[in-house]
Design a protein around this ligand. Structure first.
Ligand SMILES: Nc1nc2c(ncn2[C@@H]2O[C@H](COP(=O)(O)OP(=O)(O)OP(=O)(O)O)[C@@H](O)[C@H]2O)c(=O)[nH]1
Ligand SMILES: [Zn+2]
Length: 207
């Protein structure tokens, strides 16, 4: 689409008017090449804007590369009324993409920590997860990065992260085993060192 009918705007003007991110020509061309290689005709009407849409979708899927998730842990609260027990955020849904096939990884995470003197707003735990999930990942690294970030920046007594996810590269292609789930966990501090603490946190997380 080069011009809006009856209007002097070109394509770039139209994107700007609609608040759309510009997509470099070489990125669009790469997606056209892929469409052609897959057997379709990138010039047909239905695919004409697809290169831009795909590029913008990938910018969104990979938004985490543009942020340092630790930023979400910079604000903490110390007035906790003496609360010194485990805090758990369960069933946090997320989407990521595997670095091998760029296929979706969809699942849920449980994040727990035992605070030392201060707590963080609970939404921030989900924001840290999303900051790492919105990158090309393997599940093991995603799990480790979320746990390490909380461990380093909140400096609690302990951290536990459990992730359960389905991998599109195993369901929609390749071995084609729908319903199969992968479970990963990472523990730090008292949850790693002390088996009673570990049992307690795992049970609170539902494992
Ligand atoms: N450990 C791990 N493996 C993953 C993850 N996501 C995808 N994979 C695997 O990455 C592997 C890549 O293996 P390759 O043999 O190089 O790729 P492939 O020929 O496409 O393999 P198949 O998927 O078996 O068809 C596959 O076994 C995937 O199942 C992940 O998060 N963690
Ligand atoms: Zn994969």
């Amino acid at each position: 689409m080069s011009k809006l009918p009856g209007c002097g705007h070109d394509e770039a003007d139209e994107d700007a008017l609609r608040g759309k991110m510009p997509v470099p020509d070489d990125v669009q061309e790469a997606i056209r090449t892929l469409l052609r290689w897959a057997g379709d005709d990138p010039t047909r009407e239905g695919l004409r804007d697809t290169p831009k849409r795909v590029a913008r979708a990938w910018a969104e899927y990979c938004q985490g590369f543009q942020e340092d998730p630790a930023i979400h842990l910079s604000r903490t609260f110390e007035e906790v009324g003496g609360y010194d027990e485990i805090v758990v955020l369960k069933d946090i849904p997320f989407q990521s993409h595997c670095e091998h096939h760029m296929a979706p990884i969809t699942g849920k995470a449980a994040i727990a920590y035992l605070p030392k003197n201060r707590v963080v707003g609970i939404s921030k735990l989900a924001r840290v997860l999303h900051g790492y999930a919105r990158r090309l990942q393997i599940q093991e690294r995603l799990t480790a990065e979320v746990a390490q970030c909380i461990w380093d920046h909140l400096q609690p007594e302990g951290v536990a992260v459990v992730i359960e996810a389905q991998h599109g590269c195993m369901t929609g292609r390749g071995v084609r085993t729908p319903g199969v789930g992968m479970v990963t966990s990472r523990l730090h501090g008292c949850f790693l060192a002390d088996s009673r603490s570990r049992k307690e946190v795992m049970s609170l997380m539902g494992y």
